[in-house]
Unconditional design. Sequence first.
Length: 274
Amino acid sequence: MREQLARNISIYRKLKGLTQEELAQKLGLSFQAVSKWENAQSMPDISLLPELSRILGVSIDKLLGYISQDKPITIYEETYKTKDYYWGTEPNKVCYQVLQLMPPARHLRLLDIGCGEGKDAVFFARNGYEVSAFDVTDAGIEKTRRLAEQAGVRLNVFKADILDYRLDTHYDIIFSSGVLNYIKPEFRTEIFENYKQHTNEHGLHVFNVFVHKPFIAPPPEKEPNAYKWYSGELLTHYHDWVITDSPEVIFSCKSTGIPHQHAMTKLIAQKPPA
């Protein structure tokens, strides 16, 4: 918990545009105290948490690394509670590209960000990767575990919110499909830097984002916590990596039973040697 709290204080302080000295002044403390919190050398006194929460504009639960249960973050929390797998169990086509580009001929660690019901995470585990995966939905995590059990594979699946969770261990492959639109624009640079820093040399990032196009109607899903991306925006975070593939596609979808279209940017980028 100490390390999670340390990261969160630093993250939300910077998002508020506060220096350590400014935060300390608001709390009536020395900047050394704040520095020790952010370096996980000490923790704030419990009596300071309400005021710290107010100043940083985030709940105490989130500061401590817990996800609030008072309301669902995504519409899929309810959708995933059905017996059937909403997205099916066949892996995303880009999963096969990962197999081609970085086959598990040696021990490779892979993280699936926003694994949903687990179809891609389980596919990777079945093919020999050491897989960790997280999602914000309890129902999705449960279905991921069930699918893994049916496939006879092990994976580390846990609950986390993409806005709050930061990596503290290295991976060879970081994968995410259909989830990065939940990252607020002001969080993106910091989050992607965290992902890049915790990727091994020659490692891959395999991502896609839905991009805004004025000639495509908004999707019928009413996602209150999804945010727009624009053509080329994802690439700006990888100017210092090797871009293996980055197409933009428009495709038809019937996920809600209502035919509609999406525009999507896909990215496969490789970390160069230091």
